[in-house]
Design a protein around this ligand. Structure first.
Ligand code: GDP
Ligand code: MG
Length: 252
């Protein structure tokens, strides 16, 4: 099974890749780790496949005279170009791996919104069941509207990448109001009440409408709030991924 870590820059994709892979290995699973971020300076795990062996953002900046954003776009296009080569690596083809965790580029948009992510995942899906984890940065969630936007983004990514995507919140150790975060999954009507209290007019109406869409289409079957720092919630993350995997078939 392939698990793709997605999320905005700094949300914790790399940190959770490390913590979740360690947790799985402690449970006795055979796990491989893939680093697909050519811009990473250091990663806290030992990757079984590392895109940086093919190219790095820094090399592309020098070679093509690009700034950091241009080099990230070039890198994204190169992931697409190299897709077949990358996916022929044993880490993707070896049936012994029960879980292959894929850490994606720091800046989510280069993977999600350019062609490379969609193309790469369309090929990956042919090799085995694939689930995306959309990591929401708990530190930046201060209002109910922030949460609706994050959950809606997760649905958009699901549409864009054409895989089941589960939203989870990271940095539990920094979240002040955990109960509000849980509400978006557990009780959307009470959550809508919070939206109404926090805003009025068109913004509130838009957020309420999006909350209804979240209720209908989100893959969040349970609220999962984790911390890559303290390892809290990793077991719940595992069960959520497992559930998403079980309903994968319903999506296609
Ligand atoms: N307090 C706290 N910091 C975290 C947590 N997860 C990640 N971080 C920090 O957030 C920053 C970005 O994390 P990283 O895993 O590199 O994010 P990525 O860009 O999505 O790969 C780093 O400084 C991490 O140490 C967490 O659960 N709690
Ligand atoms: Mg990272």
């Amino acid at each position: 099974m392939f698990i793709i870590m997605l999320g905005t820059a700094g949300s914790g994709k790399t940190s959770l890749t490390k913590v979740y892979s360690e947790w799985l290995r402690n449970q006795g699973y055979n796990v491989a780790i893939v680093n697909l971020d050519p811009g990473a300076k250091v990663v806290p795990y030992s990757p079984d496949f590392d895109i940086r062996n093919l190219f790095t953002v820094e090399e592309l900046m020098v070679k093509y005279g690009l700034g950091p954003n241009g080099a990230f776009m070039k890198a994204s296009d190169m992931i697409l170009e190299y897709s077949d080569k990358i996916l022929s690596h044993s880490v993707f083809t070896k049936p012994e791996y029960e879980f292959v965790i894929i850490d994606t580029p720091g800046q989510m948009e280069v993977f999600v919104y350019r062609k490379s992510g969609h193309y790469f995942i369309s090929k990956l899906k042919k090799l085995g069941p694939t689930v995306g984890v959309f990591i929401v940065d708990g530190e930046t969630m201060s209002t109910p509207i922030d949460l609706v936007v994050a959950w809606t983004t997760s649905i958009l990514i699901q549409l864009r990448l054409d895989i089941s995507v589960v939203p989870i919140v990271n940095k539990a150790d920094l979240i002040k109001n955990v109960e509000t975060v849980k509400l978006i999954v557990e009780d959307i009507d009470s959550f809508k009440g919070l939206i109404m209290k926090s805003k009025e007019g068109l913004i509130s109406e838009t957020a309420m409408y999006l909350a209804s869409i979240v209720k209908e289409f989100s893959q969040s079957m349970r609220p999962v709030i984790v911390s890559a720092k303290t390892s809290k919630g990793i077991e719940e993350l595992h069960y959520l991924i497992h559930e998403a995997f079980c309903v994968c078939g319903d999506l296609s």
